[in-house]
Design a protein around this ligand. Structure first.
Ligand SMILES: [Zn+2]
Length: 80
């Protein structure tokens, strides 16, 4: 089982959001946010945490939302 760090989570998040993430990737992201409070807050803030944890199906996020989310994540991580 690969353990992601926060930067890897961030790096893979756009793929996940775009629906390109494999089931394994989504699982790894879900596992990370389970143990990482900071990332959990990020995902929770965006309302995606349940979808990640349940690891159901890819879902669509409008591009504008995706870009805004990504900017927010970068900002939060840079401040951490
Ligand atoms: Zn994290």
């Amino acid at each position: 089982m690969t353990t992601m760090n926060c930067m890897e989570v961030l790096a893979n998040m756009s793929c996940y959001i775009d629906g390109d993430g494999s089931a394994e990737l989504r699982k790894a992201l879900g596992e990370h946010v389970t143990h990482c409070r900071r990332c959990r807050v990020l995902f929770d803030t965006t309302g995606q945490v349940l979808k990640i944890v349940t690891a159901a199906e890819p879902f669509e996020v409008p591009l504008a939302v995706s870009a805004r989310l990504y900017n927010r994540l970068e900002k939060i991580l840079s401040e951490a």
